[in-house]
Design a protein around this ligand. Structure first.
Ligand SMILES: Nc1ncnc2c1ncn2[C@@H]1O[C@H](COP(=O)(O)OP(=O)(O)OP(=O)(O)O)[C@@H](O)[C@H]1O
Ligand code: NI
Length: 322
């Protein structure tokens, strides 16, 4: 497999009255062609900030440093024009709220044709492709859907249309940031199944952002775990789920409702709080909540330990026992 995305020492800070908010801290992350990577972490861990940085969509006042190398080019160094070209032709996104991707006053059909603006072919050919794609994402009566407006569709159908729109651009990277949060559990599983199939429709890598480890298990082959802006563990899902090394990953897995009794849609619960992004940081961010914490955890910079099958973990306890 070849490298598609190579994030190196990425840090992002937002400006605030109380000084800079360090939302993403020194993250290394890679994504290979064809991989489906789940990015997990509790609310506020910096997942969406990382996604905004790699889409170069950070708000004014935010600062990113490091490198985001996509198909050999550093996105952080590209001109806005270069990035626009790329976004239409390489990276596609599906967000939590498909309304943000769809224009409320234009029919679905017209929008799906417009999404292909940089692709060759006549309008009629593009409309035919749109129709076929709507069928492919599992919509009944796609011809009627083409004539409808976004508000005429249910949330689940809108999300399918948004995925169809993304796939029509034939992306090499599909980024889905909590695409199922607004949906009921049944529709959620249907959308996850659809995303799983999408990797065959186009030859895309998928970055799937969620706080739900259960969804990661059913969709992803790799997982990266963030905590308070830092990457704490990453690796193939099979390895990480079978033998999580970081106490935070262990706690998240232990809290996964699907692994306990009947699945619920509540967030995992670990006692304590995520440190605020304003805090100056020494040692491990999880230390105050960690039952395994010892000497160096509160004061010494986190070591990175490589794991078999390309994984890694950042934990003093792991290094001490290595
Ligand atoms: N535009 C912004 N300005 C200032 N601070 C921000 C901004 N966006 C996010 N933050 C802060 O950055 C930190 C990381 O937020 P982010 O949204 O990236 O986390 P997340 O992991 O995506 O959380 P969630 O699961 O809730 O979506 C949080 O402390 C958040 O309050
Ligand atoms: Ni988010």
């Amino acid at each position: 497999m070849s490298m598609l995305l190579d994030i190196r020492r990425l840090s992002v800070s937002y400006a605030s009255e109380h000084g800079p908010l360090q939302a993403v801290r020194n993250i290394d992350l890679t994504l290979e062609k064809g991989q489906v990577l789940g990015l997990v972490g509790e609310s506020g861990s910096g997942k969406s900030t990382l996604v905004s940085a790699l889409l170069t969509l950070l708000p004014p006042g935010a600062q990113a440093s490091g490198q985001v190398i996509y198909q050999g080019q550093d996105l952080l160094q590209m001109s806005p024009a270069q990035r626009r070209g790329l976004r239409g032709n390489g990276i596609a996104t599906v967000s939590q709220d498909p309304f943000t991707a769809l224009n409320p006053v234009v029919t679905i059909g017209k929008q799906l044709v417009a999404f292909q603006h940089h692709k060759p072919g006549s309008k009629a050919e593009k409309a035919a492709r749109a129709l076929a794609m709507l069928e492919r994402v599992g919509l009944s009566d796609p011809a009627t859907r083409m004539r409808q407006y976004p508000h005429e569709l249910s949330g689940g159908i809108r999300q399918r249309v948004a995925i169809a729109a993304a796939l029509l651009t034939e992306p090499a990277l599909l980024i889905a940031d909590e695409p199922t949060t607004a949906l009921d559990a049944t529709t959620e599983m249907q959308i996850v199944a659809l995303l799983r199939e999408s990797r065959d429709v186009v030859d895309a890598a998928i970055l799937f952002v969620t706080h739900d480890l259960h969804l990661v298990g059913s969709l992803c082959d790799h997982v990266a775990v963030m905590y308070a802006g830092e990457m704490v563990e990453a690796g193939p899902v099979a390895q990480v789920f079978a033998a999580p090394r970081h106490p935070y990953t262990q706690a998240l897995l232990a809290c996964d409702p699907a692994r306990i009794v009947t699945p619920t849609r509540t967030l995992p619960f670990i006692p304590g709080h995520v440190p605020p992004p304003t805090a100056a940081r020494l040692g491990c961010p999880f230390q105050p909540r960690c039952s395994h914490a010892f000497g160096p955890c509160a004061s010494e910079a986190l070591p990175t330990t490589p794991l078999p099958f390309g994984g890694m973990v950042r934990c003093h306890k792991v290094t001490a026992h290595a």
